[in-house]
Structures are given as C-alpha cells and as structure tokens.
Unconditional design. Structure first.
Length: 172
C-alpha cells in the first residue's frame, strides 16, 4: 500500500503541472489582480488587454503595463471610451491604445458583466467579470484563467483575438 502511494506521488511529480492541464477560477478582486499581475510579469512578447469596466483600472495595473512596455513587450489595450484611452496613454505612453465597441457597453446579464480580458504572449488568458455585490454600490470580481498554447480556452481566445490583432487595423 505504501509503495503504491509513493509510486502515485512520484508519477504526479513527473507529470506536467496542474496549471497546464486546466482552467482555474478565481474569486475576489485582489486574487484576480494578483493573477493578472503574475501573467503580466511573465510576458515576453505581447500583452493584449480589453478593459470593459473602467473601475478595474488602478495604479498597480498601470505600473505593470508600463513596466512591461518599458522592457520591450508590445502592449495593446482596448477600452470603452476616448477619455479612458487618454488616461492610459498618459500612464503607459508606449502602449497602443484603441477605443472599441467590444468594451463600450458591457452586457449585464443577471447582474454580471465583462470586466477585462487579458491575453499574454498568445499562451495565457484571463477573463474576468464583475457582479453586483451583496451590498449596494459594491461589486465583486471573479475570473477564469488558463495557460499553455494547447489549452482549449487559450486556443479559442487566441483565435478570436489573434485574428483581430493580426489585421492591424484595430490599433492604427
């Protein structure tokens, strides 16, 4: 029995990390922000961010995007308004920023709406949503994230956004 357990643990250690095998759910704005930060820190080539809800823009996100841009990572950001675009350009001057209808009017379905989409190096994805909180004027954020070029969620988002980004007209 002990040998079987040891063998099973040994195989688990040799297998790819669990994070490469699944999509992970995150609850709480701070946890979503932490995961987003880790994904941004790992970027080497390209970061795409769709900000659908401007309340998710904070100093930490600005600082991480600026640091990535300064290190040579291409930063592409889509936002719902020109006012938000100007705010981002002032904080992340080398980023390509565009306004888009994709972010302009997030559909609210049963008190939930799109918050942000992150695609890093076309191999990691984070999708977050906001929902009405339990108290008035309080929102809660949850997210789903996945990594790995062959993960189904990453493949799907990469195909949808990659085609859009590769056309080049979005950020002209």
């Amino acid at each position: 029995m002990l040998e079987a357990t040891d063998d099973a643990l040994s195989k688990l250690r040799r297998s790819k990390g669990l994070e490469e095998q699944g999509a992970w759910a995150i609850a709480d704005h701070d946890n979503v922000t932490d995961r987003l930060g880790l994904l941004l820190e790992d970027a080497t080539d390209e970061i795409y961010v769709l900000i659908a809800d401007e309340d998710t823009l904070d100093d930490e996100l600005f600082d991480r995007l600026a640091a990535a841009s300064e290190s040579g990572v291409s930063v592409l950001i889509e936002v719902p308004s020109e006012e938000t675009a100007a705010r981002i350009r002032s904080r992340v001057p080398d980023a390509a920023v565009a306004t888009t209808a994709l972010a302009a009017d997030p559909a609210r379905l049963e008190g939930k709406w799109l918050s942000r989409i992150l695609l890093v190096d076309r191999r990691a994805v984070l999708l977050s949503a906001l929902s009405d909180g339990t108290r008035p004027s309080n929102t809660e954020e949850t997210a789903l994230w996945a990594e790995g070029p062959d993960h189904g969620l990453v493949v799907g988002i990469r195909q949808l956004l990659g085609t859009r980004l590769d056309r080049g007209s979005v950020f002209d």
